[in-house]
Design a protein around this ligand. Sequence first.
Ligand SMILES: Nc1ncnc2c1ncn2[C@@H]1O[C@H](COP(=O)(O)OP(=O)(O)O)[C@@H](O)[C@H]1O
Ligand SMILES: [Mg+2]
Length: 263
Amino acid sequence: MSAILSVSGLEKTFGSVVAARDISLDIPAQQTVGVIGANGAGKTTFVNMITGHLTPTKGSIHFEGKDITGLPSRDITQMGISRSFQVAQVFPSLSVFDNMCAATAIARGDGRFISAALRSVHAPEIAADVNVAIELFQIAAYRDTLASTLPQGIRKLLDIAMAVAGAPRVLLLDEPTSGISIEEKFQLMDVVMSALKARNITVLFVEHDMEIVERFADRVLAFYDGTVIADGTPGETLGQARVQELITGAKLKLPHGEASPHA
Ligand SMILES: Nc1ncnc2c1ncn2[C@@H]1O[C@H](COP(=O)(O)OP(=O)(O)O)[C@@H](O)[C@H]1O
Ligand SMILES: [Mg+2]
């Protein structure tokens, strides 16, 4: 199967800092890819190069066979790659419904609908789709609540629903569960991942909680010092000694029969 997203020899330097080096990989359509790595490992840099928020120093990025390397982020979003940020990007003084109308109008590039949405005037063409989306993301109960007063988890759902308003084929989520309590994380990810599956969206998500990664990713990329040190199923990647040593901090299990050094 051909890849929906393909990166080759990707590198990004900031002065003497090498934030990404020698990253080459293919992502098949509809795969859900988890990205792990310590702070500063280069996860966000990788995401930002794909979305056009950063221009790679070297290498190439292809989306659906087209070279998108170095294109402006607006063009890349229009082509079908969307993202969320670590901090939810919503209009605080608008309701959930109006935020969704604005995001949908912006994604469709229709200036008439954008200004209408910001004045809470609802174009029927957009309102119908927004009603479907807020059901899918399970935020319909908050339809008329101002975004500024939403519980954190609901604000995250709104943010991701807004990123999906333009019907992207690929969605990049940078730490979608950051700031969410452990009890709420699974519920949030259940809603998000079911919604994205229902829309056949290919997902790449950065996540620090290994239980979340194991549960929701088909494949896990482990980043260390700007490069991918492991790439496989969750079991394969999280089972690697180097990943445990450098990233997850899990204690290494001694091979069967070997005496413990402390025995
Ligand atoms: N705009 C920037 N200018 C200079 N250095 C940066 C910039 N963005 C990231 N870096 C550096 O690149 C490395 C990778 O950062 P980042 O991609 O944010 O890591 P992560 O998301 O895995 O925590 C870090 O050393 C960071 O300090
Ligand atoms: Mg980051």
